[in-house]
Write a protein that binds this ligand. Sequence first.
Ligand code: ACO
Length: 432
Amino acid sequence: MTDDNHVILQNETTKTSCELPVLSGTIGPDVIDIRTLSQKTGMFTYDPGFTSTASCSSTITYIDGDQGVLLYRGYPIEQLAEKCDFLEVCYLLLKSELPTGREMQGFVKEVTYHTMVHDQLTNFYKGFRRDAHPMATIVAVVGALSAFYHHELDIRCPIDRNLSAIRLIAKMPTIVAMSHRYSTGMPFMYPQNRLGYVENFMHMMHATPCEDYVQNPVLVRAMDRIMILHADHEQNASTSTVRLAGSSGANPYACITSGIACLWGAAHGGANEAVLRMLEEIGDKSKIGEFIKRAKDKNDPFRLMGFGHRVYKNHDPRAKLMRNTCHEVLTELGLHDDPLFELALELERIALEDDYFIEKKLYPNVDFYSGIVMRALGIPTVMFTAIFAMARSVGWIAHWDEMISDKEQKIGRPRQLYKGPAKRDVIAISGR
Ligand code: ACO
């Protein structure tokens, strides 16, 4: 490296060199701008899993994985979780600034107006088996929104993009709750616009047409916090998927669906479901040692779910907030001696003292505790990733909007290191 603003790349074989600019963000590491690399050298970079690649520039979320810092538009997640509700955070992510009281009133009104789904959309659910995984039905139904909102949508128009974002945020709780109700054979509940965003979701999940559903403010606040903590996380796998799908100019709901599909995997959003299943499988504190041993065994595919993160190598700031929320909820419900929670605490303690986890910098991530909170809120395990998708929708659509309005935006088209056969001739089947 020569100075602050460029690097020299030296090829020892050809004895040639090339100069590449270095770009600086507001905070965080500098990046080498390799856009001219292939033109200058005829070579590409090789980075499976994008461990050293910044795929875009963004002003939405900042993470410092070594320090355990997470900022939405510059605001620390701890402060947002304490002082704001989820819809304020949505406003912030979409519009760059926190709303004034008046702006918030207008935003709530706008979101509330769009909470219902087209009645025709309810027919989609009926095509699924009752035991279909809710993520499968949500992938399909959110994708189907593109059939309802396509012709009058011009993605180059900021007003249309904003309306797409509002519709998505407004309808996700309705769609997610409907997936749950369908799988349990319960009637769909219409949204109640007199209720707050999270209260409305809890109502659609748990109420019945036969009797009143009484909300507990501590539980509503816990769900709101889950939503805030999952709202965005810069260029994670699902967000990058949404950006890549959107880079071709596809319908936003189709792009969001690709993000939901990506989130479903156990290495990403499926982890909260996997954590609970793992805790149930461990079953008893006496078995922890056996499972820790398996997690460390290279020949065993088992991993300690809810541990480790691609970016956080110190602690996940969301995990601490979720741990506190877990305490609040279990105390409120008189479940502070919940055996699964005690098992989780003990597993965390043992793993954090284990050399393997210390050396590899594996700490509990947000999903280690979110599953226990959701279980206490009466959310079935199979719905955990769907709740994550509902919360992350705002992040996905904020990134989609940012990408479409970016002057440097191009269709995403990575290259490859080809290792297949070199050119060869086809022999007709009779001669093979
Ligand atoms: N249990 C045991 N070992 C682990 C774990 C784990 N949970 N996580 C990572 N390791 C080990 C790996 O085997 C690897 O060991 P090696 O260096 O000897 O090969 C090393 O730690 C580094 O792990 P990678 O898989 O290379 O790290 P990567 O950044 O690719 O993966 C991931 C991160 C996917 C989150 C991983 O830690 C994991 O699978 N964790 C469990 C699933 C999980 O909790 N996912 C939720 C992520 S957070 C979210 O999406 C909200």
